[in-house]
Design a binder for this molecule. Structure first.
Ligand code: CAA
Ligand code: NAI
Length: 727
């Protein structure tokens, strides 16, 4: 666990060792405690270096131990930080790789810190629903001041070593062996006074407006992370650092940690953390998995289409320093697209510089703009992001198949078209795959990787690896209309529109779902993406528009309920933000501020009158239940169909692509928390009242899980039975 060895020159080196990231398990803490005690007692030792094995200092507390009975624990992390600081012999932290959470707290307990130039430090606890509770909220502001500490602790961001040096978190950044340099420093400071290096004894560096700064931050996090408690608790812990002496601040830090720990949020966020790691480990029924399939190197890429998505995808590839060829259909679109890409790249480079990245790391890969398909003949991968139209996509793939080298992978960014049909026109269906980015593609973390019936494991592995290179979270899903994310979304959107027909206002529904924690209410989201996109595809498949058979009832398609409301808005030119009005009005086209629109309210009254719909009051609870349970119900159907390989996949998709609040774990986790019997009972009630909405008909798999006694989420898949997985 922790190795303790003497160095001839009187420096003891204590190495944290718990592969792969030296997580601070109780056993490791115990071992460090023992090693530190021995080093302090050994008169031959004059100074101590604390470092980590496997090129990493430590990724912090062992998250796997969270929730285990505390009596099993050995000496706490806080005690260890205090012992390090109280050591009469100087202690130097040698930081390689990462010093995160409890790892950084240990380093702050040391008297000196040296970091390798590629190391990163941070307090990501806020992303796990907790706060740095082993003195991090009290020692860090004493070292770097309240304002930068506030930013680090409330965002959980990783700070590169060069930036950490500027902030004063580390004393030195080195490009060679960090432990050797730490030993040299340790020798230099033997017998020097340690008072000024003991952070707990220092005053907090506090600007006169510190309280106002904290108040402002509180307003911001309440708005940004609606309902999430840990960002607020982090701010209150920092307020304690401003107002109270160290020992009292520590008490407040613990009190806040205990409060958070007793809520549901840390468990939900820790579940989300491990779910993200689980989805990277895909397995096919054949046994082929991430372990055995090797990704092919991607040295060059091409992107077809420089619209909303293509621009972001090119930016994302260039940011990852992959040279890209960007192709458009005509000069006008090429000029527009290239200007947009260059401006995105400038903004990204600036952001990276502000984060302390070196000029070399901030430099994007080269981007070449062209109208000429023959330029694509040597690229390793092509990502098509042209219009969502099967005929067009097939034409493009036929062309790519003829031009690209045989080893080139062909990917489509379609948001829901059949991957097999696209692959069928190529000479290499095994190398065709869906890479479904989310908008804005250079920012959003999610990448839905869609696997067709002929896609090879090498192609899957390469697409998943590309996702990692781009800093995305890849989730492998099967091929069905709209895949996973949008398939569930369709049911949710259907409900919100039906609720408006029945009497709700768009702004009431948005408020209810935003209060629940969703990043953006559905009507604001539809206005942002543009109502015309859905209208166009409904027209194409004959659900509305000129090809609708005459005599079709306005609010029915076959035996199913249908709402023509969004179609009518589009017919009136109300496309959302871009046209200055949609479900809301905007001061001018393109404006982001959604204003409730009296015109729409009148229009809805008239619409209800025409269709004999009696407006009723719809409660906040009914809004939440109908929208979320319809979405969750489809999630169970996706599992039943084998389109996702587990509930974690759906949750990772929703947490990272659809603004689901991570402190609620994801829709499937939320269902498990509420209890499946409750979900089923509510769905049965709403389906009985609305038998023409098939989305509310409870899934067979949900019913089965309830019948066998509501097993925990991690057991769901084992009860799936003989349904054949598409993965
Ligand atoms: N505890 C336990 N396991 C951890 C861990 C941790 N703190 N951090 C990472 N791991 C595990 C992962 O689960 C994964 O395990 P598997 O291989 O079994 O899936 C393995 O380490 C590698 O992790 P990644 O796949 O994420 O590897 P990466 O190289 O992409 O990223 C990392 C490495 C940056 C350290 C990333 O894992 C990470 O951000 N970890 C979490 C760090 C964190 O949140 N620390 C704070 C913990 S809370 C705390 O410290 C406060 C306290 O005292 C109470
Ligand atoms: P867009 O309309 O903004 O851009 C499409 C671009 O493709 C246009 O610039 C057009 O000139 C170009 N193009 C069309 N035919 C071409 C051809 N033959 N050769 C080269 N370029 C051609 O569309 P958007 O929104 O970027 O969507 C692209 C794809 O991404 C679609 O399949 C869409 O379903 C999908 N998608 C869209 C998302 C969104 O939020 N907009 C999200 C996820 C996926």
């Amino acid at each position: 666990m922790a190795a303790f060895r003497h160095i001839s020159d009187a420096v003891a080196v204590i190495t944290l060792s718990n592969p792969p990231v030296n997580a601070l398990s109780s056993a490791l803490l115990q071992a460090v405690h023992k090693a530190l005690g021995e080093a302090n007692e050994d008169s031959a030792v004059k100074a101590i270096v604390l470092c980590g094995d496997h090129g990493k200092f430590s990724a912090g507390a062992d998250i796997r131990e969270f929730g285990q009975p505390s009596k099993k624990r050995g000496p706490g992390l806080l005690l260890l930080c205090d012992l390090l600081e109280g050591s009469k012999k100087p202690v130097v932290a040698a930081i390689e790789g990462v010093a995160l959470g409890g790892g950084l707290e240990l380093a702050l307990g040391c008297h000196y810190r040296i970091a390798h130039v590629q190391a990163r430090v941070g307090f990501p606890e806020v992303n796990l629903g907790i706060l740095p509770a082993a003195s991090g909220t009290q020692r860090l502001p004493r070292l770097i001041g309240i304002s930068p500490a506030l930013s680090m602790i409330t965002t959980g961001k990783f700070v590169p070593a060069t930036e950490a040096l500027k902030l004063g978190i580390v004393d030195e950044v080195v490009n060679e062996n960090t432990v050797d340099k730490a030993i040299q420093l340790a020798k230099k400071v033997i017998d020097q006074p340690l008072g000024s290096r003991q952070l707990s004894t220092l005053p907090v560096q506090c600007p006169p407006n510190a309280e106002a700064l904290l108040d402002e931050a509180l307003v911001k996090v309440k708005k940004q992370f609606r309902g999430a408690l840990s960002p607020q608790a982090c701010i209150e812990a920092l307020r304690a650092a401003v107002r109270l002496p160290y020992s009292e601040g520590i008490k407040k830090e613990k009190e806040l940690f205990d409060f958070l720990y007793n809520t549901d949020q840390p468990r939900a966020q820790q579940y989300a953390f491990f779910a993200e790691r689980k989805v990277a480990k895909w397995t096919l029924p054949s046994g082929v998995s991430w372990k055995t399939a090797s990704p092919q190197p991607i040295r060059t890429a091409a992107v077809i289409g420089l619209g909303t998505m293509g621009r972001g995808i090119v930016t994302s590839l260039a940011k990852a320093q992959i040279p890209v060829i960007a192709l458009e259909q005509d000069k006008k679109q090429l000029d527009l697209g290239s200007k947009a890409v260059m401006s995105l790249l400038d903004r990204e480079a600036l952001k990276m510089k502000q984060l302390g990245q070196s000029a070399a790391a901030s430099q994007p890969g080269p981007v070449q703009f062209t109208l000429d398909y023959s330029k694509l003949k040597d690229v390793d991968i092509v990502i098509e992001a042209a219009y969502e139209n099967m005929v067009l996509k097939k034409e493009i793939f036929r062309r790519l198949s003829a031009i690209c080298k045989p080893k080139a992978f062909l990917c489509t960014n379609t948001s829901g078209l059949d991957i097999d049909e696209i692959a069928s026109v190529t000479d290499r269906p095994q190398m065709v795959i869906g890479t479904h980015f989310f908008s804005p593609a250079h920012i959003m973390k999610l990448l839905e990787v869609v696997y067709g019936q002929n896609t090879s494991s090498t192609t899957i592995s390469t697409a998943m690896h590309l996702g990692k290179m781009l800093g995305k979270i890849g989730v492998l899903v099967g091929n069905c209309p709209s895949f996973v994310g949008n398939r569930l979304m369709r049911l949710y959107i259907e409900q919100v529109i039906f609720l408006v027909e029945e009497g709700s206002k768009p702004e009431e529904i948005d408020r209810a779902l935003e209060d629940f924690g969703l990043a953006m209410g559905p009507f604001r989201m539809m206005d942002l993406s543009g109502l015309d996109i859905g209208w166009k595809s409904r027209t194409e498949i004959g659900l509305t528009g000129p090809n609708l058979p005459t005599g079709t009832p306005a609010r029915q398609r076959g035996s199913k309920r249908y709402s023509p409301l969004p179609d009518i808005l589009c017919e009136k030119g109300r496309f959302g933000q871009k046209s200055g009005h949609g479900w809301y009005k905007y001061e001018k086209p393109g404006d982001r501020n959604a204003i409730p629109d009296p015109w729409l309210h009148n229009f809805l009254s008239e619409y209800r009158g025409i269709h004999n719909l009696k407006s009723r009051h719809i409660s906040h609870d009914e809004i939440i239940d109908r929208c979320l349970y319809a979405l969750i119900n489809e999630g169970f159907k996706v599992l039943e169909d084998g389109i996702a390989s587990g509930p974690e996949d759906i949750d990772v998709i929703y947490n990272n692509g659809y603004g689901w609040p991570k402190h609620k774990g994801g829709p499937m986790y939320y269902a498990s928390l509420v209890g499946l019997p409750v979900v089923l009972t509510k769905l049965e009630k709403y389906y009985e009242a609305n038998p023409d909405i098939p989305g509310l008909k409870p899934s067979g798999f949900l019913k089965k899980l309830v019948a066998i006694g509501n097993p925990p989420l991690k057991e769901w898949q084992s009860h799936l039975g003989s349904q054949s997985s598409k993965l």
